[in-house]
Design a protein around this ligand. Sequence first.
Ligand SMILES: Nc1ncnc2c1ncn2[C@@H]1O[C@H](COP(=O)(O)OP(=O)(O)OP(=O)(O)O)[C@@H](O)[C@H]1O
Ligand SMILES: [Mg+2]
Length: 458
Amino acid sequence: MKEKILIVEDDPAMRLGMSHFLSACGYLVKAIEDGHEAKFVIDSESFDIAIIDLKLPGIDGLQLLKHIKSRLAQTGVIIITAFADVKTAVQAMKEGAFDYIAKPFSHEELQIVIERFLKFRSLEREVKHLSEIVKKSEEFEGIIGRTPVIREIIDKIEAIAQTDVPVLIQGESGTGKELVADAIQRLSLRKDNVYIKINCAAIPETLFESELFGYEKGAFTGANETKKGKFELANGGTVFFDEIGDMPLSLQAKLLRVIEDGIIYRLSGKDPIKVNVRLIYATSKNLKELVRLEKFRSDLYYRINVVPIELPPLRERLEDIPLLIEHFVKFFSVKYAKGDIKISPSAYEALLSYNYPGNIRELKHAIERGVLLSKDGIIELKNLPEEFSPVTKLQKNCLINKFGLKECVENFEKTLILKVLQDCDWKKTEAAKKLGISRKALWEKIKAYNIENGEGGI
Ligand SMILES: Nc1ncnc2c1ncn2[C@@H]1O[C@H](COP(=O)(O)OP(=O)(O)OP(=O)(O)O)[C@@H](O)[C@H]1O
Ligand SMILES: [Mg+2]
């Protein structure tokens, strides 16, 4: 698009000269001799650049400049000044002019100033665009989300990361507990020290104690040499107890002692070993409930629950789903070198309306699969896992007696027809064949159920 330039200059030779030259350079030029008329024009038209003579009949250049800046702040104003009037020109720059140019000047000089302004403007726009991206960036240490509850969690992480207080992260499976634990560790003062993760659900009870505390040579059959436990190995660093709710009761008492005294004993060891570790815990179980059921020690619960972080299930932060979809689509299309990937409306609708029992992990895997199976740069509904199909969703609703029999059958029929039509790219003969009905019967169903191309399903 051609840039629009306004020239306000009372000297006819100069005005015409500049006007011809700039038109020849490819700009759209409007040249005016009078300040009042210029004001009038500015009120009804916008310009990329205004070249204004300081000395004008009627209204002076400075006044005109102020008027332009109040109306069209983005317009680059270049002031033309007599050599003797440089002081006023400087004043003009203070008022927001981009630059000034002193008479006499060549057209080439004028062009250089214009080009400099256009370059400046494009850089300014780029900076603005980038800073908007940064501002809008909904990512913090790999944690994507803009819902208030996620913002609060991020604030909390920032507030406690550099302290040594214990953190208890709770949330359903796949809500990002490990992601949060990792973020805290990375932001902590211990970030360069050892970081050990212990999955309490994965270690057999018999091995737990020796894993945590280590053992002396001969402590038990097979203990051929002294071995350090995780606590000792993590000294100076951080230990992440994942699935703390699965820690055996017998061990809970021992953990409590370590927390209270900062001392461990290896199995069969006599010497106390001082350890300094920061502890982060996570669980997908309801610890309070476990305390009530006496499966988790209440004294330990209060010890570890100093800074609780509760990660909400994805179905309770629906606004974050589009953001996560966008993020994972980008991530996996880069990972699998798939280029620019789009999501079809029905697949998008399915992704938005699913209830995600497996939370973000499930969404992430669904997108990964979608990206891998996508063809021609589009993720279709059929590229997503089966659970996302509207048929399955409907079946679930029917099975929990959300609908009566008639409604279930009708809904099922409608959804099935819709799905087959989508699979067949709305080719009705092919869809009718797949459904085992005549084309006429299909038409009637489409009409009866009001099925339209582009429908996302129920
Ligand atoms: N807010 C988020 N933004 C981006 N990715 C996320 C977010 N939350 C979780 N994820 C991703 O989802 C996956 C599951 O997260 P994570 O392993 O932290 O969950 P978890 O709560 O520890 O699950 P589990 O209880 O099953 O161990 C990971 O790949 C993680 O990167
Ligand atoms: Mg986990």
